[in-house]
Ligand binder design. Structure first.
Ligand code: NOJ
Length: 585
């Protein structure tokens, strides 16, 4: 769970009066939060769902795969909820054909997945070894998608760095990652680029940097406060740019694809829109989040506000230089313009106000920003602690991207909501509500002129949710993790999403209201199926418990008692024989 979200949650809760208005064009000062817009998406808009390798594949040590930092991290005690691991997860490695049928069933246009670097390069280093079995797996997955007319959108790095690179070099703290990552990307272009036309270099580098190297909540679990995240981000941005240039110079002519990055960003809304300090704090929040990566990629350098704040705080600490690394002028022009499209992952919003952090308490990424996060207690909060449903924040973020970065082509790479583990509820009306609201705000953003070309629901399946293990379920499909075969069951949101796709939007009120009723009608049958399956599982588990002492008893009899008795018998007979022979003599 993101620390910033924890901080936000812990902060005093804010009650704000929300009023209604129905503005046609986007207006930053308008409070048009609750209106619903009936209409459809542009022709050719692409609908999809997503997953990532470590979260779904399982098969962590199969067919020559090397270790990733997540394999090692989750095998240490106390790192994840209930010490859950992704060792088998959804068994997606073995069930990809079944999963593609589910995708087909929903009539999706694209599927977003990621390639596990150590599955195809076990040490992360191309010259060491390329694992052809791993290469084949993704090739088969891509072929199967294309055969069903589903466009693959492929992420190269969804957090599973090869462990060897972490151990040998310190992972993203080390500049050498840039070349290793470029070699890996190059191999992917070489082997799959004839069929894959949408590449995402990094997924959510904010999390990699902050949670991997600053708070240590994610693999590799380092707590290099105030420096680790900035350093990791610096190398990631350069690695992204290098891979884009590699594609541009070596592959683009032949393969005619696109390379982008997927950035995540919460929206930050000023607590008081008439207060200049709040307005600046909210802007800072977004710049330290999405802007940290987007500004170098679109404009060549870090946001001015990051340079100012981190520079000022470093000076207060008595440091000679800023903790935020700098780009040389050649690097700036090399990095600028290296995204053919922008991937956006968005889940939630915060209210933001100014808060001064005294520098003597130690410097961190969080204290560098000088902001406090607040939430409205009326915002729905069905699953993950940090995830409040605030659809209007989505439209605002998209408009921010449009104005800040010159209206780039956007693919929504992640958007969705979770539920808690104990909630085996397939009639997920809160998820329907979430998707309905967020997709509608995206439609409004398109009407505002934002260039959104596709939407990816997050996620296709319930899966391993990083440090939260299996306790948070984001899937459109429910996965029964307790069953060996990991069966999938559709939640009601599958039906709802299907209808949005079929109509390419929200045609009219009567129809849309009908969808929700229809979607929740069918789910009760699936709910019964799942309940029956769960009962069977519980019974099987009880039997196993009863059966287990019996089995081990039997094993002891065959493996210890029988051989011992036999040996004793042989010994006794030998002694007896000797005794008889002696007596006869
Ligand atoms: C963003 C991450 O990229 C994804 O892997 C994760 O499942 C979602 N956040 C939800 O936490």
């Amino acid at each position: 769970m993101m620390l910033s979200h924890r901080v936000g949650r812990a902060c005093h809760v804010l009650v704000l009066v929300l009023c209604l208005s129905a503005a046609e064009d986007f207006d930053w000062s308008a409070n048009n939060h609750d209106s619903f817009y009936y209409g459809t998406f542009p022709n050719g808009f692409s609908w999809g769902a997503g997953s990532s390798a470590y979260q779904t594949e399982g098969a962590w040590d199969k067919d020559g795969k090397g270790l990733s930092i997540w394999d090692v991290f989750t095998h240490k005690k106390g790192k994840t909820f209930l010490n859950d691991t992704g060792d088998s997860s959804c068994e997606g490695y073995y069930k990809f054909k079944d999963d593609i049928s589910l995708i087909k069933e929903m009539n999706l246009n694209h599927y977003r997945f990621s390639i596990s670097w150590p599955r195809i390069m076990p040490t992360g280093i191309r010259s060491d070894h390329v694992n052809e079995k791993g290469v084949k797996y993704y090739s088969a997955l891509i072929d199967e998608l294309l055969e069903h007319n589903i466009t693959p959108i492929v992420t190269l790095y969804h957090w599973d760095l090869p462990q060897v690179l972490q151990e040998k070099y310190g992972g993203w703290q080390n500049i050498s990652m840039i070349n290793y990552f470029n070699d890996f990307a190059n191999l992917c272009f070489e082997r799959y680029g004839d069929r894959v036309k949408y590449w995402i270099t990094f997924n959510n580098p904010w999390s990699v940097a902050v949670e991997g190297y600053e708070t240590g909540e994610h693999a590799p679990g380092l707590k290099l406060r105030g420096t680790g995240a900035y350093r990791a981000a610096h190398h990631i941005i350069k690695a992204h740019a290098k891979v884009w240039h590699t594609y541009d110079t070596q592959w683009r002519n032949k393969q005619r694809g696109m390379v982008g990055i997927s950035l995540s960003g919460d929206w930050g809304e000023p607590v008081d829109i008439t207060n200049q300090k709040d307005i600046e704090a909210a802007e800072r929040y977004v710049q330290f989040y999405l802007g940290w990566f987007a500004t170098p990629i679109f404009h060549g350098d870090y946001p001015q506000v990051m340079k100012d704040f981190i520079g000022k705080k470093s000076a207060q600490q008595g440091l000679g230089t800023s903790r935020l690394p700098t780009f040389s002028s050649q690097e700036k022009s090399y990095i600028k313009g290296t995204s053919d499209f922008l991937g956006v992952g968005h889940f939630t919003t915060r209210y933001i106000t100014q808060k001064n952090y005294p520098f003597n308490r130690g410097s961190t990424y969080f204290s560098d920003r000088d902001v406090a996060e607040l939430v409205d207690p009326r915002w729905p909060d069905p699953g993950s602690e940090w995830l409040y449903s605030v659809p209007w924040g989505f439209r605002r973020l998209l408009n921010f991207i449009k104005t800040q970065y010159g209206n780039p082509m956007i693919f929504i790479t992640e958007n969705g909501v979770s539920e808690k583990m104990m909630c085996t509820e397939l009639c997920d009306d809160w998820r329907i509500q979430y998707y309905k609201g967020y997709i509608n705000e995206m439609l409004k953003a398109i009407r505002d002129g934002v260039n959104v070309k596709g939407y990816t629901a997050w996620s296709l399946l319930d899966k391993f949710e990083w440090d939260e293990g299996y306790s948070e379920r984001f899937g459109l499909y429910y996965v029964d993790f307790r069953s060996k075969n990991k069966p999938r069951y559709p939640k009601a949101s599958v039906q709802f999403y299907k209808r949005i796709i079929k109509s390419n939007g929200f045609p009219n009120q009567r129809e849309v209201e009908n969808w929700k009723t229809k979607a929740t009608e069918t789910c009760s049958t699936s709910n019964q199926l799942l309940a029956a399956e769960e009962q069977r599982n519980t019974a099987a588990n009880i039997l196993r418990l009863i059966h287990d002492p019996l089995t081990s008893h039997m094993e002891m009899v065959t493996e210890v008692v029988v051989p011992t008795v036999c040996t004793l018998c042989i010994l006794i007979s030998a002694v007896f024989l000797m005794f008889l022979l002696r007596k006869r003599n």
